[in-house]
Design a binder for this molecule. Structure first.
Ligand SMILES: Nc1nc2c(ncn2[C@@H]2O[C@H](COP(=O)(O)OP(=O)(O)OP(=O)(O)O)[C@@H](O)[C@H]2O)c(=O)[nH]1
Ligand SMILES: [Mg+2]
Length: 216
């Protein structure tokens, strides 16, 4: 059983200000926070699990798991030996900065260098709320299709990095990687793109080096 925190909608109306304050407070503590967004089942928890296994010898990692219900994702992360707290969003399809702060305050951040927020699985609302993270990362998995940047442009436009996951399944799906990258670059020319498989480990080095380069 993981620690579970029940959250209500933040009372404050100034999300952008709260987000700036959280970003700055976490930086002062030396905690680099990464917001992970994607549709349900695209592979956020699996990607985080692989990343933790690869990096845990050298980097102190904590994960804030946000879901509508259950603690299954936080339990998976704790089983790997990383710190995890599960937050429930009271039915809401995204995390905001106030909720993220309360979740982070529920975690022992002593010595933590890298923290992930696994946002609620959804390609729309999470892109509209600044959580206070230092970087926004989105995941698109091969089975979802190469046209998703055309249909959900906001998240692709605001992300600092895109992981194209489940590359090991590419032969079973019609997914044109170059075309997908082309769509994404038209929306966001500065985005970092990492094709990966959390199952085989393909491409994980480049993603993990990007994380290491960004630590405070
Ligand atoms: N073949 C393959 N399967 C993967 C990969 N990454 C994740 N999966 C599978 O995809 C399914 C969903 O993965 P999760 O990591 O639970 O996805 P999620 O985005 O955390 O899901 P929610 O938290 O429910 O939104 C699981 O069956 C994983 O085993 C991958 O790289 N390759
Ligand atoms: Mg998950």
């Amino acid at each position: 059983m993981a620690r579970v925190i029940e959250l209500n909608k933040s009372v404050t109306e100034s999300n952008d200000k709260d987000a700036e304050e959280l970003r700055s407070d976490l930086k002062e503590q030396g905690v680099f926070l990464v917001n992970i967004m994607s549709s349900p089942g695209s592979g956020k928890t699996t990607l985080l699990s692989r990343t933790i296994s690869d990096m845990k010898e050298t980097t102190n990692i904590a994960v804030l798991e946000a879901d509508i219900d259950s603690d299954v994702d936080a339990v998976k992360i704790e089983d790997l030996g990383a710190k995890a707290v599960q937050v429930h969003t009271d039915g809401m399809c995204h995390m905001d900065a106030g909720m993220t702060r309360r979740g982070m305050e529920g975690m022992d951040l002593d010595g933590v260098q890298l923290a992930f927020l696994e946002n609620v699985g959804n390609l729309i609302c999470p892109a509209e709320f600044d959580t206070g993270a230092h970087k926004n990362v989105m995941i698109l998995s091969v089975p979802e299709g190469d046209d998703k940047p055309l249909k959900y442009p906001l998240m692709f436009s605001m992300a600092d990095a895109l992981l194209i996951t489940k590359m090991d399944t590419k032969e079973y799906f019609t997914f044109d990687l170059d075309l997908c990258i082309d769509h994404v670059k038209k929306l966001n020319k500065d985005i970092q793109i990492f094709p990966v498989s959390a199952k085989t480990g393909e491409g994980m080095d480049a993603w993990e080096n990007w994380l290491r380069d960004n630590l405070f």
